[in-house]
Design a protein around this ligand. Structure first.
Ligand code: SF4
Length: 62
């Protein structure tokens, strides 16, 4: 599973980070980045929850 954050959509709500800090981190400006494109084993469900709960639909999973 891979995740990417669309910088143009992200508004820094941090929901992704609060749901799955193992996969998402926040920049100094408060916007999200994926720590790595590949989601570590065991964190797929949490990453999927972050995708589903991003209010800006900024996260893409594949
Ligand atoms: S939940 Fe969505 S809008 Fe909020 S920081 Fe994460 S990617 Fe950005």
């Amino acid at each position: 599973m891979k995740v990417t954050v669309d910088d143009d959509r992200c508004r820094g709500h941090a929901a992704c980070w609060s749901l799955c800090p193992e996969v998402f981190t926040l920049t100094d400006d408060g916007y999200a980045e994926a720590r790595a494109a590949d989601v570590p084993a065991g964190f797929e469900a949490a990453a999927r929850s972050a995708v589903d709960n991003c209010p800006e639909h900024a996260i893409t999973a594949s």
